[in-house]
Every structure is written in structure tokens, then in C-alpha cells.
Design a protein. Structure first.
Length: 119
């Protein structure tokens, strides 16, 4: 994967590639729910110790940080920011499948599938 990935800057907390923005927007349009945003976070578990979490949400807490990504908002809780700040969310499609991947500069180790990591 190229280290020269074009991103949409979001205050350096999390960056999104144009392909990630496009796919998230497409999925949000399918949701047909008003006032939803993309929630990105980290949970304990996975083969490397921590797993990325991502989904649509409509409720915020006082510990959330919100970032404007053009056509939608991204919300990350403060604890998750400790582990994913500076990461880039990318999306790759293809005939054999594809999906979202995180390029995390804080990860010291990642699993083979890319869905979990250790800092």
C-alpha cells in the first residue's frame, strides 16, 4: 500500500481518504436515517489486543469529539482518540472483496486482517 495516500484532514485526529468518504456517504444514504454520524472507536479484544469499531450513531456523550468530514460528521470518544489519533481510514473495493482499513501510526503491531492492533 502506498504511503502517499490522499486524505481529508480532520484536525489530525483521524483522516479519511476520498474513497473512504465516498463509501461512507453511500452507506449513510442507504441508512435513510436523519442526523446520523460515523462513530469510530476502539474496543478491547481481537488477536492483537485492541479492535477498531465503526458504525453509524445518532447519540453523543460529553466525552465525544466531533470532526467535520464534508458530507458527514465523524465522532470519536476521548479514550479511543488516545489509540487512533493521527490514523487514516481508507476504503478499497475489488472483485475479491474489499473494505475499510485503518493506517494507524500508533500501532506497534497489527493482525493479518488489519482489524486489530496493539499500541
Amino acid at each position: 500500500m502506498s504511503s502517499e495516500i490522499s486524505t481529508m484532514e480532520t484536525d489530525k485526529a483521524i483522516n479519511l481518504t476520498p474513497s473512504a468518504v465516498s463509501e461512507i456517504k453511500r452507506l449513510m444514504d442507504q441508512e435513510k436515517t436523519e442526523n446520523v454520524f460515523l462513530r469510530v472507536g476502539v474496543t478491547q479484544g481481537g488477536c492483537s489486543g485492541m479492535s477498531y469499531a465503526m458504525g453509524f450513531d445518532s447519540e453523543r456523550s460529553e466525552f465525544d469529539r466531533e470532526y467535520d468530514c464534508g458530507p458527514f460528521k465523524v465522532v470519536v470518544d476521548e479514550e479511543s482518540l488516545l489509540y487512533i489519533s493521527g490514523s487514516t481510514l481508507d476504503y478499497k473495493g475489488g472483485l475479491m472483496g474489499g473494505g475499510f482499513t485503518f493506517l494507524n501510526p500508533n500501532a506497534k503491531r497489527s493482525c493479518g486482517c488489519g482489524s486489530s492492533f496493539r499500541c
